[in-house]
Design a protein around this ligand. Structure first.
Ligand code: SAM
Length: 427
């Protein structure tokens, strides 16, 4: 266990230094090919869990030491061990013993006594310490204070529910590829394999227990893709039909583009500025048996890739803060800075303005983010409508029923991620 504690605390240290969790984990797996599947799964859980509850863990740690811990490695190791003690079923004595031994491996031999004392004190005073940690916003919600303040202003009634939803384990939802099977046939296939699942949308299937992609029945054969139910709303909203010229302006890794191709025989251009991510688009299309034009280019600068023929439909699934999907990427909470939101909004504005010029008269553009922040969502669209006099916003069919929220805003819950959609038509 000490090996995984050590690896997880190193990864978390890198993340808090500014690196993404996905890329750090990918690097870790490459650098440690000998790790067993069990060790990988545990390391991954320690990284995700510690980052998910980092605010709470730091509040606990601060209450357990007399002086602030200066050594980042020690702090990292204790965060991981506290996460294990508070949130996992591992035996407490083993967690403490291994963490103390891990000190040695990290060159922190002199801190063994302190580590032991801190973790044992936590076990003795756990209930009181947890109650105390919950008194501060960061200790209660485990998000940076600015993020909590922002949601409190933007969602006075729902901010606590949104923050808590972001700390839960995400659901695993599949999209049934209707070119290869049907909902009924696929549900029967899952049942035959003993997989408990239920349909939660036209093509969406929620698995009761998450599992690795490779173990999902029919995945390799292109029967299904992994896609959140909120993301699955995009393609049907675009009202697709055979032969329509469609642009997916931010296509990688290709989830929504593939869904569009599954729904209709459209003439699709899948654009993205990231060549490496476009390889994933190609791989997804190949697995699902789909075909489209895949283009590397900047959506803000169509002069470099556009052939001048207008598109009937455009999906602008723009880069954003990803504040609606933090339960899948808990590192985002700690990587984002307040100024990033305005920066994202600026890029989104440029992208919307550039893409609008490519839309045919009467055509539709679907603006999408996986954010819950207003600047990126309904405020962005309101500003756009003021600038573009030939644009009108359409009411979304089957919109979320929560009338308290701005139109198109989906808040994260047990069925889907936080998402925002605005459907715009050119007069
Ligand atoms: C939210 S993701 C898209 C997810 C995708 N639509 C899907 O459903 O799988 C945003 C994408 O925008 C791409 N991107 C960022 N800036 C871009 C730009 N200026 N032009 C085109 N793509 C861009 C990123 O590389 C990223 O793949």
């Amino acid at each position: 266990m000490q090996e995984v504690q050590r690896l997880a605390s190193a990864v978390i240290g890198q993340v808090l230094g500014g690196r993404s969790l996905d890329s750090e984990l990918a690097m870790l797996w490459r650098g440690h090919p000998g790790l067993s599947a069990q060790q990988r799964a545990t390391t991954q859980d320690l990284c995700f869990g510690t980052l998910r509850f980092l605010g709470r863990l730091d509040a606990l740690l601060d209450a357990l030491v007399d002086k602030p811990l200066r050594d980042d490695k020690l702090r990292g190791l204790l965060r991981v061990a506290l996460y294990q003690l508070e949130y996992t079923k591992a035996a407490p004595h083993a967690i403490v013993d291994h963490a103390v031994r891990a000190c040695e491996r990290l060159g922190l031999g002199a801190a063994k006594g302190l580590a032991n004392a801190v973790l044992r004190a936590f076990l003795r005073r756990r209930a009181a310490l947890v109650a105390q940690a919950r008194h501060s916003d960061v200790g209660r919600f485990s998000y940076p204070q600015w993020w909590i303040d922002k949601l409190r202003i933007e969602y006075p009634a729902d901010h606590a529910a949104i923050l808590d939803a972001g700390n839960r384990h995400p659901p695993l939802t599949l999209r049934v590829n209707r070119r290869r099977t049907t909902m009924e046939a696929y549900l029967a296939q899952l049942a035959a394999n003993g997989t408990v699942a239920r349909a939660i949308g036209e093509a969406a299937v929620l698995l009761e227990r998450p599992r690795p992609v490779a173990g999902i029945s029919g995945f390799a054969d292109g029967l299904v893709s992994v896609q959140d139910a909120a993301a699955q709303r995009a393609a049907p909203l675009l009202d697709l039909g055979p032969g329509l010229r469609v642009l997916d302006a931010c296509a990688a890794p290709g989830g929504k583009a593939a869904h569009m191709l599954e729904l209709a025989d459209v003439d699709l251009t899948a654009l993205d500025s990231d060549a490496a991510r476009l390889e994933r688009v190609r791989a997804n299309f190949a697995r699902l048996g789909l075909a489209a034009r895949v283009v590397c280019g900047d959506a803000c600068d169509p002069g470099n890739w556009w052939d001048g023929r207008p598109f009937d439909r455009i999906l602008a699934d723009v880069p954003c803060s990803a504040s609606g999907v933090v339960r899948r990427h808990p590192d985002i909470k700690w990587l984002r800075r307040p100024a990033d939101i305005a920066q994202f909004a600026l890029v989104q504005r440029r992208m919307l303005d550039a893409l609008w010029q490519l839309l045919a008269s009467g055509g539709k553009l679907l603006y999408a983010t996986c954010s819950v922040f207003h600047e990126e969502n309904h405020l962005q669209v309101a500003e756009f409508l003021k600038r573009q006099r030939d644009a009108q916003r359409l009411t979304l069919p089957g919109a979320d029923t929560n009338q308290q929220q701005p139109m198109g805003q989906m808040l994260p819950d047990e069925r889907h991620d936080g998402f925002f959609y605005a459907l715009l038509q050119k007069n």
